[in-house]
Design a protein around this ligand. Structure first.
Ligand code: PLP
Length: 647
């Protein structure tokens, strides 16, 4: 996607054009097996030897081993296996080895998981001991000094992948000076960003990964200090001097070679000072756009390519969504754990408050970034700030927030809170409020200038229910401790809490739109009639559109309406010129009556879309369930298909 600003360099990087060319050339001209003794093989071997020599030079590897492998996770396995086999051999020989496997509390998961795995497989029963870090994310050297005499193996990282915090490797070496422990330093995030002279240190193992520095995925390196114990992870044909069997990934090695060459050309990569100035420019743009922003690690102790931040009142997902809509790719922590949407264990280990760890965003760029990308990123960050402000998502209220009318669903931990607004009187009620959403609701009401009339609970069966401007809101008792609230309309909306459709059948007209008290994956809002009748699978035929099907539909139906079901701040953060209306999924319940009231003959096709196709599926299926046959959605969302959204 051409409009994309990729600022997730700590997860992976694009392939450098020179690396791409080198990989293709290796496949075309240098396709031999470097272990073959004929001329074609010798040519491949010469290429590989050249890259290894360059890598030795860049890393200051001295007379240590340097082998190519598939990436850092493999390098970490090999280092852990080597260290643990040596510890076992020493222990079997009656030597004192220490009992602790010490690892930094903020290490990439590949480290503690590998330690636990090989400790178990080798039956060593050593103790895994996290090494605490301080509030700035740096290893607690006093704690390390105390652990050092009992440490058998110590694993730390050169720079953290989530926060960019740079470790004090000299301090760690000093703390370990009297310890016999072996030492691994995960150098994945350091390559190309920090000077490395490995052989001048006491580091025993250092894994690297090509794809973090503009080489393709699937190529990495492992440095092993001369004299450090070594056990191969992979046995077979004896490649890499019998240290790592398996025919080498020549395209990957060639690409990595091009990257390593570029490190010395003074034109491809920015200097530390240039990167620092760029990082400061982005940090200033973030401060201006996002009031209250806090940086989760001191910028002056982190790589100049990484910024980790949180914004009060905004979850990581909301920030990621608004950035994504603006075409900026950032992440909520490490890419490996992004799918789990859990708070960051790295920030937790630093002792940061829970809200910061669960709302953190990582913005990172590679050292080949250019000034135009940084300037464009700053402009789009400003646009994101404006979009959030106008949608009432920031502490600093927007002046021009579009009015809210009807029901809006807010969700926390699977439970729904409904904000029911009347635009004419600028009043609202909140149904089933949740403490986790109080700040959000307060902010929305302040920024829209609405007055809160009451907070109502579907567990209360008594108490006054106010009028909402000219509209009536009434309570219907369902059971001794269960009520629902009905907002007049054609059809009416019922906010049903925990009450099910069968309980409501005798109490409400069948066309009533049920707004549930918990998040349902399939239904946003369902009429009582449809809820009682159950799902009709045949109603969903043809609901998913791919790119060509969308183009065909728009050709046949120029009157079709494109409906962006992303939140208002995401819609507003997109580049100007969207020929689509915005109906956030959270407000679909309020739009349903209008669409459903249209007679069949005057129904235009509705094409829902969102970022990935999730929310739009729910919207289109909701319409279909209610008999709106011309509802569709864009499968895969705008992430996969381009929309004809010209102004
Ligand atoms: N170590 C660190 C610090 C990382 O950031 C990563 C990747 O995210 C890894 C290890 C794993 O690297 P690879 O993807 O090459 O297996």
């Amino acid at each position: 996607m051409t409009n994309e600003l990729y600022l997730d360099g700590n997860a992976t990087t694009a392939v450098l054009p020179a690396a791409l060319r080198a990989a293709v050339q290796a496949m075309e001209d240098c396709y031999g097996n470097p272990s073959s003794s004929h001329a074609t093989g010798l040519k491949a071997k010469a290429l590989m030897d050249g890259v290894r020599a360059r890598a030795r030079d860049v890393l200051g590897a001295g007379d240590g081993r340097l082998m190519f492998n598939s990436g850092a996770t493999e390098g970490i396995q090999t280092a852990v296996l080597s260290a643990l086999c040596a510890i076992r051999a020493r222990r079997d020989a009656g030597e004192a080895t220490g009992t602790l496997l010490v690892y930094g509390a903020t290490e990439h998961k590949a480290v503690p998981e590998s330690l636990a795995h090989w400790n178990r497989l080798l039956g060593l029963n050593l103790v895994l001991q996290p090494l605490p870090v301080d509030g700035d994310g740096r290893h607690n050297l006093q704690a390390l000094r105390a652990l050092a005499p009992e440490a058998a193996f110590v694993c730390t990282m050169a720079a953290n992948n989530e926060t960019g915090v740079v470790s004090d490797l000299d301090g760690i070496a000093d703390a370990l000076s009297a310890s016999p422990a072996l030492w691994m330093v995960d150098c994945v995030q350091a390559l190309g960003k920090l000077p490395l002279r490995l052989a001048a240190t006491r580091i025993d193992y250092a894994p690297f990964s090509g794809h973090k520095l503009y080489a393709p995925k699937g190529i990495g390196m492992l440095y092993v200090r001369a004299g450090a114990p070594f056990t191969p992870l992979m046995m077979g044909g004896g490649q890499e001097g019998a240290q790592r069997s398996g025919t080498e990934n020549m395209a990957g090695i060639a690409a990595l070679g091009a990257v390593l060459a570029a490190l010395g050309d003074d034109t491809t990569f920015r200097t530390h000072a240039e990167l620092t100035a760029m990082r400061d420019q982005v940090a200033d743009a973030l401060r201006a756009a996002l009031p209250g922003i806090v940086f989760n690690a001191p910028l002056d102790q982190a790589l100049p390519t990484t910024i980790n931040f949180s914004v009060p009142g905004l979850a990581s997902k909301e920030l990621l969504d608004v950035f994504d809509a603006a075409g900026i790719r950032v992440s909520a922590g490490s890419a490996c754990s992004a799918a789990k949407a859990a708070p960051s264990y790295v920030l937790d280990a630093m002792g940061l408050p829970a809200w910061r760890s669960s709302s953190a965003v990582r913005l990172s760029f590679g050292p080949a970034v250019d000034a135009a990308t940084i300037a464009a990123a700053c402009a789009r960050i400003a646009r994101c700030g404006g979009a959030l402000r106008r949608s009432g998502m920031l502490a600093e209220a927007g002046q021009d927030a579009p009015p809210l009318d009807g029901p809006t669903r807010l969700t926390a931990a699977g439970a729904n809170t409904w904000l029911v607004c009347d635009a004419a009187s600028r009043t609202c009620v909140v149904i089933d409020p949740q403490p986790a959403l109080d700040a959000r609701v307060g902010m929305m009401l302040r920024s829209h200038g609405y007055r809160l009339l009451a907070q109502l609970s579907t567990r209360d069966v008594s108490g006054t229910v106010p009028m909402l401007g000219e509209r009536s809101l009434r309570r219907v008792t369902v059971a001794a401790d269960k009520a629902c609230y009905v907002l007049d309309g054609a059809p009416a909306h019922a906010f049903t809490g925990q009450a099910g459709a069968t309980e409501l059948a005798a109490l409400l007209p069948p066309e009533t739109l049920l707004c549930p008290g918990f998040e349902e994956q399939s239904a946003c809002c369902t009429s009582l009639r449809v809820a009682l009748a159950g799902q009709d699978a045949s109603a969903m035929a043809g609901v998913h559109l791919d790119g060509p099907a969308l183009a065909a539909l728009l050709r046949d139906h120029p009157d079709a309406l494109l409906v962006d079901v992303r939140e208002a701040y995401e819609h507003a953060a997109c580049a100007a010129g969207m020929a689509a209306i915005n109906v956030p999924l959270s407000r679909l319940a309020g739009w349903l009556p209008g669409w459903l009231a249209r007679p069949e003959a005057s129904r235009v096709p509705l094409i829902f879309f969102c970022r990935s196709g999730n929310r739009s599926t729910r919207a289109a299926e909701c319409l279909r369930r209610h008999g709106y046959r011309h509802a569709f959605h864009l499968a895969g969302g705008v992430a996969l298909a381009a929309l004809p959204l010209a102004a």
